[in-house]
Ligand binder design. Sequence first.
Ligand SMILES: [Zn+2]
Length: 114
Amino acid sequence: MSDIFCKIINGEISTEKVDEGDSWIAINDIHPVTPVHVLIIPKKHGSLQEYGDSDKGLLGELIAAANRVAKKLSLDKTGYRLIINYGEDSQAHIMDHLHVHLLGGKRLGSKLVR
Ligand SMILES: [Zn+2]
């Protein structure tokens, strides 16, 4: 697969990592919408819809990874939001490789959708 996340994961594109685990990497979003905007990206390629029952462990690891990164960035004190987009209506920029947005560093809006 040749999406930008796979290129970062296989080393074709070098990017500073915020954190890394066996099954995931965490990098800063290149177009941050909040003071802290980190992407938690599984090393396994696939869209959210391609993840199923056999991926329960990995899906859980992504949330645990987001919590670990949030704590590393001291967001466990102030709070943060996790978002996963899928498909056209979500306006995801990269749809074919699952990633979790970790947003924080400021008081976020109270509405999840506008
Ligand atoms: Zn990929």
